[in-house]
Design a protein around this ligand. Structure first.
Ligand code: F58
Length: 836
């Protein structure tokens, strides 16, 4: 589309009318009421909380947009290197509270709304979560956007605008039921850019021609075109006027002649069907976490989004009129896992087929542009696409991938002439039937840096899945950036009272921009008043969660009990089954206790939450078991308050904001070596909760920072896992006796039909216990007893909690982004000038 701008002489006229942002409660109300009356066409006689939310959101959005326009203008004019973060998932949660924090006028809105008869909390909770993600990977992308804007990096996110985000989970009769999440009814935070579209091609065939200079050229012809339409979301930074952009692509049928012809020739129905088929591409987020199923539509989503994003990035670069060799100095593209790997052959295709560069020149640009972040070593999560599917859907890209592979294998052969096997092992094409394209290898070969997300994980990828590549490229291509979380959302917004208490001691809110300042809290660890207030805040947060549990599930829990929380996607490797077996073990123990023994036991509330992938039977069985155990335990008079078991429905970002501040202990108990990092571990500790965990992912670095006395570690180490698995399969295998007792009680029908749980039990008893539940059970239960004991000494517990908070400075996503910028992107912040 042609860019038009107001001519210089007329700009003074424009500037006179630049909107003035609201400053006072009155001015805020003027904006909110105007939006409710005119944008929504509602009056004071039909203004409910939903309408008041909309008015508030629109008033803040208007303020955001002014800074957004300025930021984008400044980034274009200064023409410095930009970062593009490509992620198929952005788990943003709610936006209003975050917008108010960043703009800094929440107090004004609180007053204004109260003048209209509304309470801010009620208004905030009207917002639908933007849930375009499954779990940690998607939430990390959201934290990174927040940090990139807060640190003034010129950065854009690129993703897909799913019509349906992650499903809503209902628990019916103890089973998970999935309900579609249609979230776009009213979304004030996005701007449809109907003028920014990209045509994306699929299917067809490749023809070879000779051009006028006798050069061979490949042309991808035929097939179908789908149109990508841009939807932009402003991403505001904290304590700065930088507002970056998140561009999400929606799919539509390409308009124009083709449709028109069909329409005119009377094929109205089929032209509408084309439209619907095109819209299917961005219709739904795949709900699997750590599993790849190789579905055609998923590959279509990936290519559609990569092609549209690359076109957009290249278009922006070309406007600068720089030579192509400058591309990697102007553009850094980060691949959030292998999902955007198609961007690599796509950029190569654009450069050679469309821009006429020769292969080597193009490849030198491509391989300097990309960085790849790996988030898992689980084999079932590594993406592979069948060659026939590829050939059918993206014939030109398959050729390019073959050429990339050929060049790479020739390079390997030259350097390792004596090793015949290595070529087979590192080839992008797996010689299976059908042949498969290994996306992780393509990502490694096409990127200049590869990183894992915690130290252990980054070491593991170098010794397992990418071992050969370390030999080929040397170790420097591989690096680590330990994950982090944004303290704005996960401390300040989720726990405003704790944030305020910290600010009162540290002399302001600078710690929200430099989290390492938290270390100064250690000076207050013995301060009576501080301790009292810290403890009161934790209690109040538990009361808030207890109320939520009562309101949603009708179960009363005692806020003085130890709240033990495990909330995350349900997956065998995360071992919610270990937790619930531990709960059953505790239940059996309580049943056998004398009244005196019972008196000594600290009451506990075991809280679970998380979604299972709809086709993941074992995970769904775990959910069912937790609910069945809850039903029995919560109604057992012998148990009373000593144990309650809660399953929170539909765990999501906004619920996490209530749950994280309310835990005493949270569980991060994956089989060692399986959880790449984990990020909720950080969210709990920063809110003054202790953790029980295995030596896995970021737990190890959390331990290093906060000290081993402040964490409850247990279980086998990653280095021992392989041998243990081997011994299960081929050696003698004895089930842990306490776990055997737990299984006996399940099999005798204590928690309902034993048959429903047999697969879960048999996986451990008969099928090798792949996740080492039995091996870790004794040390898990022992550690839970240590927790009971430690909790009895409230004073020491509190010391541990405060000390831990003070030592969490390392785990800010701001630190991550600075590390990426320095080690991988080679970019600098662009600090907005005051008078702009
Ligand atoms: C998670 N991965 C890791 N994948 O499991 C977790 O340890 C880590 O902290 C986090 O990434 C951030 O690095 C994860 O969430 C997914 O959900 C994918 C969704 C798409 C399909 C493949 C899994």
């Amino acid at each position: 589309s042609v860019e038009a701008s107001i001519p210089e002489p007329q700009r003074a006229a424009w500037k006179k009318f630049t909107p003035k942002p609201f400053e006072t409660a009155e001015e805020f109300n003027a904006e909110a009421v105007r939006h409710i009356e005119t944008t929504l066409a509602r009056s004071m006689y039909n203004c409910d909380e939903g309408a008041a939310y909309a008015g508030t959101a629109l008033a803040f959005r208007d303020r955001l947009v002014l800074d957004w326009n300025k930021t984008q203008q400044a980034q274009t004019f200064t023409d410095q290197k930009r970062v593009y973060y490509l992620s198929l998932e952005f788990l943003m949660g709610r936006a209003l509270d975050n917008a108010m924090l960043n703009i800094g006028k929440k107090d004004v809105a609180v007053k204004g709304l109260s003048d209209l008869g509304f309470r801010m909390e009620d208004i905030i909770s009207q917002e639908h979560d933007a849930a375009l993600g499954n779990g940690g990977l998607g939430r990390l992308a959201a934290c990174f956007l927040d940090s990139m804007a807060s640190l003034n990096y010129p950065a854009w996110g690129y993703g897909l605008r799913y019509r349906y985000g992650i499903f809503k989970q209902e628990i019916i009769d103890g089973y998970q039921v999935e309900v579609p999440d249609y979230w776009l009814d009213f979304n004030p935070w996005e701007f449809a850019r109907h003028d920014i579209t990209v045509d994306v091609q699929f299917y067809g065939h490749v023809s070879k021609y000779q051009d006028d200079d006798g050069k061979n050229v490949s042309v991808w012809e035929g097939g179908e075109i789908v149109q990508a339409c841009a939807y932009d979301v402003p991403i505001a930074g904290y304590g700065t006027s930088t507002v970056n952009n998140l561009r999400l692509w929606g799919s539509k049928a390409a308009s124009g002649e083709f449709d028109f012809q069909k329409f005119n020739s009377g094929e109205y129905e089929s032209s509408v069907a084309d439209q619907q088929r095109a819209e299917t591409i961005s219709a739904v987020l795949y709900p699997n976490d750590n599993l790849e199923r190789g579905k055609e539509l998923r590959l279509k989503q990936q290519y559609f989004w990569c092609a549209a994003s690359l076109f957009d990035i290249v278009r922006r670069f070309k406007k600068t009129q720089r030579p192509w060799k400058d591309f990697p100095n102007q553009v850094a593209i980060q691949l959030n896992d292998t999902h955007p790997t198609m961007a690599i052959p796509e950029l190569q295709r654009i450069l050679i087929d469309q821009e006429g560069l020769d292969w080597d020149e193009a490849w030198s640009i491509v391989s300097k542009t990309f960085g790849y972040t790996n988030h898992t070593v689980l084999p079932e999560a590594l993406e592979k696409w069948s060659v026939p599917l590829f050939q059918h859907l993206l014939p030109r890209h398959l050729q390019i991938i073959y050429d990339i592979n050929l060049n790479f294998l020739q390079f390997v052969e030259r350097n390792f002439p004596k090793e015949r096997d290595i070529l087979n092992r590192v080839s992008i094409i797996e010689e299976s039937n059908p042949k498969m394209v290994r996306m992780a290898y393509l990502a490694v070969i096409g990127s200049h840096k590869v990183n894992g997300v915690a130290e252990l994980h980054s070491d593991l990828i170098k010794t397992t899945i990418f071992k050969d590549f370390v030999k080929i490229y040397g170790p420097d291509k591989f690096t680590n950036v330990t994950n982090g979380i944004t303290p704005r959302r996960w401390l300040h917004q989720a726990n405003p009272r704790l944030s305020e208490l910290i600010a009162s001691k540290l002399g302001g809110y600078d710690f929200l921009k430099d989290l390492t300042l938290l270390h100064k809290l250690e000076a207050y660890v013995d301060d009576k008043d501080f301790r009292k207030e810290f403890q009161e805040i934790k209690y109040a947060n538990k009361v808030r969660l207890a109320k939520y549990i009562k309101d949603t599930l009708g179960v009363s829990v005692n806020p003085s009990a130890l709240f033990d929380v495990q909330v995350k996607r349900i997956h065998e490797y995360k071992r919610q089954q270990l937790n619930i077996f531990g709960v059953i073990h505790r239940y059996l123990a309580i049943k056998a206790m004398s009244p005196e023994e019972k008196k000594k036991l600290a009451p506990r509330v075991s809280i679970f939450g998380g979604k299972a992938a709809p086709g993941y039977w074992m995970a769904k069985t775990v959910i069912h078991l937790v609910n069945q155990v809850g039903k029995v335990v919560n109604n057992d008079k012998d148990v009373g308050d000593l144990l309650k078991v809660i399953y929170l429905e539909d765990y999501n970002v906004s619920k996490a904001e209530i749950i994280c501040p309310a835990s005493d202990i949270s569980e991060h108990i994956s089989t060692a070596g399986t959880e790449a990092s984990g990020t909720s571990n950080m969210k709990f500790v920063i809110n003054g909760g202790l953790i029980i965990g295995t030596c896995d992912g970021a737990n190890i670095e959390i331990t290093r920072e906060i000290g081993e006395n402040n964490i409850f570690l247990f279980g086998n180490l990653a280095e021992d896992v392989e041998e243990l698995r081997h011994s299960h399969m081929y050696g003698t295998y004895t089930l842990d006796p306490s776990l055997a007792a737990v299984f006996d009680s399940i099999q005798s029908g204590t928690f309902g039909d034993a048959g429903s749980f047999s697969a879960l039990v048999n996986g451990i008893v008969d099928h090798g216990d792949y996740y080492l539940v039995s091996d870790d059970f004794a040390s898990y239960c022992k550690t839970q007893e240590l927790i009971d004991e430690a909790y009895r000494n409230q004073d020491e517990w509190l010391t541990k909690a405060i000390t831990s908070v003070a030592r969490m400075g390392f785990f800010s996503s701001d630190r991550c982004i600075d590390e990426y910028a320095e080690m991988i992107w080679n970019t600098e912040p662009l600090v907005p000038s005051k008078d702009e």
